[in-house]
Write a protein that binds this ligand. Structure first.
Ligand SMILES: Cc1ncc(COP(=O)(O)O)c(C=O)c1O
Length: 398
C-alpha cells in the first residue's frame, strides 16, 4: 500500500525530522483530477477546507476544484489568502457578525445560511457592508429522509435534532423573509444539505436525488427559483480497508441521471475527507517495545496529539513498518518482537493515546520507522497539539 516514493522518503528522513507529516501532493493532484473526470461537467466540485487546510494541500488543489467550502472566519481568511481566485462558500453554525461582515467584504460566492436569525443578521450587515451588491444565499436544510436512508453513515446530521441547518418549516419561513422587504439584496439561489458522512456512492446518489426532489417540490409550491443544490460532502473513506475507495464513477453516473431530469439544475458537492485522506502520511519511529501482562506494546515518538484521527474515530490507523538499516547503537539488547500482535501507542500519559490495537507484525524493533497511512484529512488540524508540550511534527512533501 505504501508507494515506493513514500517509503524512500520515510527511510531518508533525519531523526530530527520525526515525527513528520508527509504529503504526496502529486498523488493528491492525480486523485482529484480522476475525481473531477468521473463527475459530469455540470457538477461543481468544492473542497471542504476543514478536512485539511495546509497551504501545500490547498496549493495542490488549485485549478482542480471549482471552489472551497469554509466554515469559520479563520478558514475564510486563510483560504482567501492561499487561493485568492477561488470561489468560496461560507457555511457552518454560529457565524459571528464579524465573520459575516468579513465574508461580505471578501465577496464570498455563497452563504450557507443556518437559521432565520442568521438570515436577518446577514441582510442587515449586507446593507451596511456591501450596499448595492447582490448576496447569494443557499438555505441549509436538515432534511428528514426516513428510516434506513442514511445507511452505513459514520456520522449522521440529517433528520435528527441538531444545531445544523433549518428544519423544512424553517426553510419555508426563510423564504417568507426573501419575499419581504427585510432581505434587501440577499438572493436565495437554492438549498444546501450535508446530512451524513461515510456514505457509499449508491447511498450518496439516493440522498442527493431526495434532496433535489424535495428542493424541486418546494420551488414549485412556493413559486421561487431554487436552481442550485449543494448536496454536501461525506463520501466514505474506509480506514479498515485502505484499498477500498469511494466509487466516484458510480457516483458521477448517478449524478448525471439526476441532472438529466432537470437541465437548469446546478449541482454542487463539497467533499473533504475523500479528497485528501489518502495523500497524507504520519511517519515516526519506535522508541520502545515492551510487554505488559502478556501483551506487546510499541511506544512511538509523537502520538494522538499529532494524529488524533484514530482516537476521534475509534479506529486502527493503517500503517507500514519501515525497518531501519542502521545498527543498534547501544550495548544492551534491542527491544523487539517477532510474529506477534502489537498495540502502537504514543508518548502521552493517557491510555487513549493509541494508534492501532493488537495488529500482527512480522518484526518490530526499537528504532524502526512506522508510516501511518490515510493521515491527510482530519489529522494534524483536529489534534490537541500542545497537550504535554511535546515538540510539533515537521511537514514535508514527497
Ligand atoms: C457542511 C459540511 N460540508 C462538507 C463537509 C465535509 O465532509 P467530509 O470531509 O466527510 O467529506 C463537512 C464535514 O463535517 C461539513 O460539515
Amino acid at each position: 500500500m505504501i508507494t515506493p516514493a513514500v517509503r524512500a522518503r520515510v527511510e531518508n528522513l533525519g531523526t530530527h525530522e520525526l515525527p513528520c507529516y508527509l504529503y504526496d501532493t502529486s498523488g493528491l493532484r492525480d486523485h482529484v483530477a480522476a475525481v473531477r473526470a468521473a463527475l459530469p461537467r455540470r457538477v461543481e466540485l468544492y473542497y471542504a477546507a476543514k478536512a485539511n487546510p495546509a497551504p501545500e494541500i490547498l496549493a495542490a488543489l488549485a485549478g482542480l476544484v471549482d471552489g472551497c467550502e469554509v466554515s469559520s472566519g479563520g478558514e475564510l481568511a486563510h483560504v482567501r489568502r492561499r487561493l485568492p481566485g477561488t470561489a468560496l462558500a461560507f457555511g457552518g453554525p454560529g457565524k459571528t457578525e464579524a465573520e459575516l461582515a468579513d465574508a461580505l467584504r471578501l465577496g464570498v460566492a455563497r452563504f450557507h445560511v443556518e437559521s432565520r436569525h442568521e438570515l436577518h443578521l446577514l441582510a442587515a450587515l449586507a446593507a451596511r457592508v456591501a450596499p448595492g451588491r447582490d448576496v447569494d444565499v443557499l438555505l441549509r436544510v436538515n432534511l428528514p429522509l426516513g428510516p434506513g436512508v442514511l445507511r452505513g453513515a459514520a456520522l449522521a446530521m440529517g433528520g435528527d435534532p441538531s444545531p445544523f441547518g433549518l428544519d423544512p418549516d424553517g426553510v419555508e419561513s426563510c423564504l417568507d423573509v426573501f419575499a419581504g422587504p427585510d432581505a434587501g439584496r440577499l438572493r436565495v439561489r437554492g438549498i444546501h444539505a450535508h446530512l451524513a458522512s461515510g456514505l457509499d456512492a449508491e447511498t450518496q446518489v439516493d440522498v442527493g436525488a431526495r434532496i433535489v426532489a424535495w428542493t424541486r417540490a418546494l420551488a414549485n409550491r412556493r413559486r421561487v427559483e431554487l436552481r442550485e443544490v449543494n448536496i454536501g460532502g461525506g463520501m466514505a473513506v474506509d480506514y479498515a480497508n485502505p484499498t477500498e475507495r469511494f466509487d466516484w464513477r458510480a457516483f458521477g453516473a448517478g449524478l448525471a441521471r439526476i441532472l438529466a431530469d432537470d437541465p437548469a439544475l446546478v449541482l454542487r458537492i463539497e467533499p473533504g475527507r475523500a479528497l485528501t485522506a489518502y495523500c497524507g502520511w504520519y511517519a515516526t519511529e519506535v522508541l520502545d517495545v515492551k510487554h505488559s501482562h502478556g501483551e506487546a506494546f510499541a511506544v512511538l515518538r509523537g502520538g494522538t496529539h499529532h494524529l488524533r484521527t484514530p482516537a476521534a474515530k475509534q479506529h486502527d490507523q493503517p500503517f507500514t513498518v519501515v525497518p531501519t538499516a542502521t545498527a543498534w547503537p547501544h550495548p544492551w539488547p534491542r527491544p523487539e518482537l517477532h510474529e506477534a500482535p502489537v498495540t502502537l501507542t504514543g508518548q502521552l500519559c493517557t491510555p487513549k493515546d493509541v494508534f492501532a490495537r493488537r495488529k500482527p507484525v512480522h518484526v518490530l524493533r526499537a528504532g524502526d520507522r512506522i508510516a501511518f497511512a490515510m493521515a491527510g484529512a482530519y489529522a494534524w488540524n483536529i489534534s490537541h497539539h500542545d497537550f504535554l508540550m511535546h515538540p510539533h511534527p515537521t511537514f514535508r512533501q514527497v
